[in-house]
Design a protein around this ligand. Structure first.
Ligand SMILES: [Zn+2]
Length: 286
């Protein structure tokens, strides 16, 4: 059945995260052992779970997205755990701040690392196979418009599924988007490949500060723009993240409920606030 509804995912079952604009952002996707961004506090929060991480995908070189990476590399080397498993850091090619951070790590850890550490630059459309997953799985990079002249990447995890071909009705194998992540930026330059299971999308500002969101030098999304995107893509579950601390959480929740009604978004909505992923219950909205 092509349109058979599947059970919605509870993001709290598969993600551990922190998100607050300017301070820190990271999302750990447990089923694939992929960490998206590595803001301050990531290793402190994950503790021994850092040994589970195999792949780190960085969106861009701003502090709130990378400040935890050198500590993560070091703790994974020195704390008690499986210290021999490889770790790969993927990052936007030519990002000068990430290159500077990687150079620091390389010099600091030279001759000391017990595990293989790789750094792999990514471009728009770059694909990475995730070998340990229970089905063929890949991560594909796409562009986010954030800082002019600097590549900022979003990432999508796609997993092979058997599904009926709409034309023939025969079962075919194809990649299905199970998870999409954006760090910063206003527009996902992304071609949907099916109805996304779960998306983490930045929504730094409320509509009243749209002028801040649209600054050419540092573009961001708004709650409204992100939920409109989610409605357009018909995302099953959407997590709004990277929200500015200038807003009260209760005001954000109220605004999200109103925007959901207005846009007709039919999936589940969540707000990532610090370590919490909070469901927004819109059943009682006016
Ligand atoms: Zn940024």
């Amino acid at each position: 059945m092509v349109n058979q509804p599947s059970m919605p995912i509870n993001p709290n079952d598969i993600l551990i995260s922190f998100s607050l604009a300017l301070y820190s952002q990271w999302f750990y996707h447990k089923p694939t052992r992929c960490l998206f961004d590595a803001g301050e506090g990531v290793a402190t929060t994950l503790g021994s779970k850092v040994f589970g991480i195999r792949h780190v995908f960085l969106s861009h070189g701003h502090e709130d997205h990378i400040a935890g990476i050198s500590n993560l590399v070091n703790i994974r080397n020195l704390a008690s755990g499986e210290r021999d498993k490889p770790l790969v850091i993927y990052y936007p090619k030519h990002d000068r701040w990430i290159n500077a951070m990687l150079e620091y790590i390389e010099r600091k850890q030279s001759g000391l690392l017990r595990y293989p550490l790789y750094a792999q630059p990514m471009e728009v459309g770059s694909e990475v196979e995730i070998p340990d997953a229970h089905r063929p799985t890949r991560v594909v990079a796409f562009e986010m418009r954030h800082v002019r002249g600097q590549l900022c990447l979003g990432y999508e995890i796609q997993q092979e599924r058997k599904m009926p071909d709409p034309a023939t009705g025969q079962n075919v194998c194809r990649y299905h988007p199970i998870f999409l992540y954006t760090g910063d930026g206003s527009e996902a330059v992304h071609t949907p490949y099916g109805r996304l299971d779960l998306a983490v999308f930045e929504a730094t500002f409320m509509e009243r500060d749209v002028n801040l969101a649209s600054m050419e030098s540092n573009r961001h999304s708004t709650l409204e723009k992100t939920i409109e995107w989610g409605a357009g893509q018909d995302v099953k579950s959407l997590i709004l993240c990277h929200i500015s601390d200038r807003y009260l959480l209760e005001d954000v929740i109220e605004a999200v409920s109103v925007i959901k009604q207005k846009t007709g978004f039919r999936g589940d909505l969540y707000i990532a606030h610090c370590n919490d992923i909070i469901p927004v219950d819109t059943t009682h909205s006016p």
